[in-house]
Design a protein around this ligand. Structure first.
Ligand code: HPA
Ligand code: ZN
Length: 326
């Protein structure tokens, strides 16, 4: 079989996906029309043309503005089901879906609208596509820790349907230590923890995420490679890294995909995985990410299969479910 069929045929889990980042310009226009919202762009093509970023903040400014069309639980349902259909077509059997409640509650959308829309799409994905999923509630790190605590409070009635908390948005200047107390509170409520670290921030932020937040995984973690002792620690503790090749290229974390360190990470013994991050903004879903980095780095099929296996072993699925996917 050709490489494309091989990649799409590999059973895989997606561990780093922001559901708001799966909002395609076509759906953005449809929801804007449905909700009577004016967009600052004349066309779908103009929206896509605006997706040229030189760093994380450039992207975040456009991404938060785009999310403004999401108003009702039906909108969140439609957003998520569109993602699940694309993911299933890419061989995704399990998805751990991040959502940013504060992006919505801060503009007056009720937490219940957001989560109920996502949960109904998740149930439909399980029933129609055989795709399992869990939710990761991410805190916006550019906002104060008190706002994260307020979000954790809002989530209280749904905590049994949330697998983990996460940490995203503008990294530099907002180190993990800022959120130590709210992550401890989430842990006390039985939630798992993940955090973006080492995307633009220094290796020290990865150390902090492990030491102070007690994370089970690191989202991105690219800059861990600058610190040999940290690499040794991530290997010894078998910490999964959720790597996002097309995102890394579009946000200039790597200058060229041909220089992406994914194979170096595997060679070092790191538990790297391949994910899409914000597929509508970065030019591709998870299958496109495997294919692009496979071509750019000349990855073997064994390496691609290892990345896919790592996605299940690094997931929050129970051991029996992991075994059933390997
Ligand atoms: N980094 C930080 N925050 C984000 C990202 C990311 O890659 N995607 C969506 N929010
Ligand atoms: Zn991300």
């Amino acid at each position: 079989v050709d490489l494309e069929a091989f990649v799409r045929g590999l059973p895989k889990a997606e561990l780093h996906l922001h559901i708001e980042g799966s909002l395609e310009p076509e759906l953005m226009f449809a929801l804007a029309a449905r909700n009577g919202i004016a967009l600052p762009y004349p066309s779908v093509e103009a929206v896509r043309a605006a997706y040229a970023f030189s760093n994380l903040q450039d992207f975040l400014d456009i991404y938060y503005a785009g999310a403004g069309v999401l108003q009702t639980r039906q909108d969140f349902h439609d957003l998520a089901i569109a993602y699940f259909e694309r993911a299933a077509a890419d061989g995704v059997r399990h998805a751990e879906v991040m959502f940013d409640p504060q992006t919505h509650t801060d503009r007056g959308v009720a937490f219940a609208e957001v989560i109920e829309g996502l949960l109904s799409a998740m149930a439909q994905a399980q029933a129609r596509l055989g795709l399992s999923s869990v939710l990761i509630m991410s805190f916006l790190r550019h906002l104060p820790q008190e706002a994260a605590f307020a979000t954790l409070d809002m989530a209280e009635p749904w905590l049994d349907r949330i697998a983990a908390v996460g940490l995203d948005s503008s990294e530099v200047g907002h180190p993990p230590e800022k959120f130590e107390a709210v992550f401890a509170a989430a842990a006390a409520k039985g939630l798992k923890r993940v955090a973006h670290a080492g995307e633009e921030g220094p290796p020290a932020y990865v150390h902090q995420a492990l030491d102070l937040l007690g994370v089970d995984r690191i989202d991105h973690g690219n800059r861990a490679l600058e610190d040999e002792a940290l690499v040794a620690r991530l290997v010894a503790q078998k910490i999964t890294l959720t790597i996002c090749p097309l995102s890394n290229h579009k946000l200039c974390v790597v200058d060229d995909l041909a220089e992406h360190p994914i194979d170096r990470m595997l060679d070092l013994g790191l538990k790297a995985t391949v994910n899409s991050d914000d597929p509508a903004y970065f030019g591709g879903y998870v299958g496109d990410n495997y294919l692009a980095v496979a071509k750019a780095r000349g990855l073997s099929r064994e390496a691609l299969a290892q990345l896919a296996r790592n996605s299940f072993t690094g997931s929050f699925l129970p051991a029996e479910a992991v075994a059933s996917h390997l």
